[in-house]
Design a protein around this ligand. Structure first.
Ligand code: 5GP
Ligand code: MG
Ligand code: MG
Length: 189
């Protein structure tokens, strides 16, 4: 059976996503090309959810950037978020005195981002920007603070629904969809 039969509705089509990713890529390129010191930022993808967004975004950046990955898990042994994420896979690159762009799939409560930003601050990044494809501002619990002259880039505001696709999973599945949607209720089990 086709994976499409699992989807109740599409919220962001692959065409709409590609268009927006191009716009954000241009915006970041122009923001970081102002001086040579900031023109080689490190793009840090938050695994696993940001994998597709990162891959598409970096190809729209016209700067000699670096790429690395980090992972933060907010789930203990159970299935309910503990609200206190931990870094479970750390950077390979040294980001001291570097400009970092954290690339996320979606910001929900803000707990994960807050943890990651604090971590990068301890590593002495000279600025930390955040680039998230989706944002659910209505669900925010933690108001994270960017580092230095870091900026917040957001692709789309997301309704308060659990979405899958374009990197985002339900129980580790559906990340490979090229669009973002909501599953039929019988598949959220
Ligand atoms: P936060 O720490 O901001 O509450 O949650 C961050 C992480 O939870 C996101 O990076 C994402 O991995 C996951 N998450 C939050 N909302 C959704 C959603 O609607 N769908 C999926 N698949 N993951 C979500
Ligand atoms: Mg994520
Ligand atoms: Mg997940």
């Amino acid at each position: 059976m086709s994976i499409e039969k699992h989807i109740e509705k599409v919220l962001f089509s692959s065409k709409v996503i590609a268009q927006r990713v191009g716009q954000i890529g241009s915006e970041i390129t122009s923001d970081f090309s102002s001086d040579s010191e900031s023109s080689s930022p490190v793009f840090v993808g938050v695994a696993t959810g940001a994998c597709l967004f990162l891959a598409d975004l970096v190809r729209r950046i016209d700067l000699p950037i670096s790429i690395d990955f980090i992972r933060a898990d907010s789930y203990g042994s159970g299935t309910v978020s503990s609200g206190t994420p931990r870094i479970s896979f750390d950077l390979k690159l040294d980001v001291a005195n570097k400009h970092v762009v954290l690339v996320e799939d979606i910001v929900d409560t803000g707990n994960t981002l807050n943890c990651l930003i604090e971590h990068l601050k301890l590593k002495k990044a000279s600025s930390v920007s955040v680039c998230t494809l989706l944002d659910k501002p209505s669900r925010r619990k933690v108001h994270f603070k960017l580092v230095g002259n870091g900026k917040f880039y957001s692709g789309f505001e997301c309704p308060d629904e659990f979405v899958v696709g374009y990197g985002m999973d339900f129980a580790e599945k559906y990340r490979n969809l090229s669009y973002i949607g909501v599953l039929k209720p019988e598949y959220y089990m």
